[in-house]
Design a binder for this molecule. Structure first.
Ligand SMILES: [Zn+2]
Length: 292
């Protein structure tokens, strides 16, 4: 099991739009496989967890092992996903061929967001350059279409972006993974954005509530408002949009490829939109199994 959460940095060269990247190790997600419940005090625990003992499913759930995660020294039960009856949008077929790679894999298969639940995201708009929010809206729509995932806007936030972001936060509810955070930022706030780094994007790979499977959660996308603002001012809107799209592709699980025909190439290329391999990879991360 890959217990790391990867951050990917994207860079812009001084005189031309350029991206290079490096992966940064964030705070590890410590997975402690424990049996959270014993026979003593089951009633009180059931009440605290909002379970109804008259429901056989809930009764069974009480005695199922729960996986705990440790976030900032506190232990949380891995959130149980909301009930779902299937994918929210049809799977996207792979219709193109090219280079792609995944940030997280299990036996070679990609780890992605659960396609049966919405990918909730919040935006911290502070400091957005003029036209910046439109870039985000367009990138979200394009990634949705390419993956078959359902992105659901969950409002504004004032959460300060951090590489070691807490995966569960009481501000969003302690019984669910934090939503994807999209924030405009600066190197003063996020040192990782120093120099020509224009954005940082990634997600955590987390276990399912019963310890089976791995999905992405609690992604974060920090965009350098100064770098992207300058690009927009200079008329490089397509390239600025490409940066946001590239970073959001990291959030949903794509890694870099050594192929300048793809947007996931780590440095400048003529490509500012999704290439054939990018599209194939995004279709595949959107085809992962749902958590039951
Ligand atoms: Zn990158």
């Amino acid at each position: 099991m890959d217990e790391r959460s990867d951050e990917v940095l994207s860079r812009r060269a001084r005189h031309q739009v350029a991206r290079a990247a490096r992966r940064r190790r964030a705070r590890p997600l410590v997975v402690l496989a424990v049996f959270a419940l014993g026979l003593v005090g089951v009633g009180a625990v059931a009440q605290a967890r909002g379970l109804d003992l008259r429901q056989p499913d809930d009764l069974a759930a009480l005695f199922r092992p729960r996986v705990m995660v440790e976030v900032d020294g506190r232990a949380f039960a891995v959130p149980r996903p909301a009930p779902a009856s299937g994918r929210l949008h049809p799977a996207v077929p792979v219709t193109s061929a090219g280079s792609y790679a995944f940030l997280h894999t299990v036996d070679g298969a990609p780890v992605g967001y659960d396609p049966c639940r919405p990918v909730r995201y919040v935006v911290r708009p502070d400091g957005a350059p003029p036209g910046g929010q439109e870039l985000v809206d367009e990138a979200v729509a394009e990634i949705e279409a390419a993956t078959g995932l359902d992105f659901a806007y969950a409002g504004r936030t004032d959460e300060v972006p951090a590489v070691g972001r807490d995966l569960i936060q009481t501000r969003y509810g302690a019984s669910q993974w934090a939503p994807v955070l999209i924030a405009w930022s600066t190197s003063d706030e996020m040192p990782g954005l120093a120099g020509d780094v224009a954005g940082i994007g990634g997600s955590a790979a987390v276990p399912g509530a019963d310890g089976d499977g791995l999905w992405l959660a609690a992604g974060r996308l920090a965009l350098d408002s100064e770098d992207l603002g300058r690009m927009l001012d200079a008329g490089y809107r397509g390239a600025a949009r490409g940066v946001v799209l590239h970073e959001l592709a990291h959030v949903v699980g794509l890694d870099h490829v050594d192929d300048p025909a793809e947007l996931m190439y780590p440095t400048t290329s003529a490509r500012v939109d999704l290439g054939p391999g990018d599209l194939a990879g995004l279709a595949l991360v959107g085809q992962v199994a749902c958590e039951q």
